[in-house]
Design a protein around this ligand. Structure first.
Ligand code: GUE
Length: 292
């Protein structure tokens, strides 16, 4: 029996359709249009493509998209001044500064200059702390998308054994917080973890977010596990995840593919967070089913 291929692309399209409906209602009832500002420093081709696709999907959902491109040699002061203007702009409900930033810029200073309520990536210290302590936060898009796929696949996650591979501030740690919030038993594994295959073997849920092409093998998995692959690795063989998909589908119950798994969910969740930020900025209730 081969595993279910979790269709993140189709799931994300349904999510975007729901968001578009709620955006239309917000316009009707309150004459509000959510706005997302994306800031791109430098000319990295992959980032260009990615930012263009975010802009297109933002507009398709009925929201406003504002793109700001700065040259690779822009100063940190210029970037901070731009963020200051976006923080003060009433048409902008969400701000995303595309990472990574050029080496001469202090990433953490820039991210933490974003108004907490407009931090649709959920990367500020304030939002990270709020999520970790169970307070209402803006939740990082990739972990939020993974949580939605897991709930859709498994229903209640209560009491499930989850292993998150990777401890980054943008995926691994917030993913662990979200799984704890859903009452899973969570292990965070990383590069110093001893006998990773043995740790993974006890998991009902595996979230792989390490950035090592096809590292997680099918024979590491517990039969029936649900596997979420966050990896986006460009190799000579093309785009591959952190999971060896071919061997994983022989053992798992369900696996996300790369491409077409978590990636499209990340962008859909960015739109969801922008809508949420717009509602909160106007003291309206959170949109239904979008905030985790
Ligand atoms: N402030 C900030 N927030 C981010 O969320 C952020 C960022 N910076 N910097 C870059 C990474 C990367 N990221 C991706 C999102 C979607 C796909 C995606 O949709 N991928 C498609 C394939 C795309 C392709 O073919 O290259 C898929 O997996 O099906 C990929 C990568 C968000 N990031």
């Amino acid at each position: 029996m081969t595993a279910t291929r979790i269709d993140g692309k189709a799931h994300a399209a349904r999510l975007r359709a729901r968001i578009a409906e709620q955006v239309a209602e917000l316009k009707q009832a309150h004459d509000l249009v959510p706005g997302l500002a994306v800031v791109l420093v430098g000319e990295d081709p992959a980032s260009q493509v990615y930012v263009a696709s975010k802009g297109k999907q933002t507009v398709e959902a009925g929201m406003k998209s504002f793109e700001h491109r700065l040259p690779a040699d822009a100063t940190q002061a210029e970037l901070l001044a731009l963020i200051g203007r976006l923080n003060a702009d009433a048409e902008v409900h969400g701000i995303l500064v595309q990472l990574p930033l050029p080496g001469h810029i202090n990433e953490s200073e820039v991210i933490n200059a974003i108004a907490v309520k407009k931090d649709v990536d959920g990367f500020t210290v304030a939002n990270s702390g709020r999520l970790a302590t169970g307070q209402r936060a803006m939740v990082p898009c990739t972990p939020l998308g993974c949580l939605m796929l897991l709930r859709d696949q498994m229903g209640d996650l209560s009491g499930k054994e989850a292993v998150v591979i990777g401890r980054s501030n943008i995926v691994g740690k917030p993913m662990a917080s979200l799984l704890l919030g859903d009452n899973a038993t969570v292990t965070v594994a990383h590069s110093r973890t001893k006998d990773l295959p043995e740790v993974v073997r006890r998991a009902d849920i595996v979230v792989a977010a390490v950035g090592r092409p096809e590292m997680v093998k099918g024979d590491w998995l517990k039969p029936g596990a649900v596997v979420i692959d966050v990896g986006i690795n460009r190799t000579e063989a093309g785009l591959v995840g952190d999971v060896d998909y071919a061997s994983a589908v022989e053992i798992a119950a369900a696996v996300t593919p790369v491409p077409g798994g978590v990636g499209p969910m990340t962008i859909a969740c960015l739109l969801a967070n922008t809508l949420t930020a717009c509602c909160r900025a106007n003291d309206l209730p959170d949109p239904a089913g979008l905030t985790g």
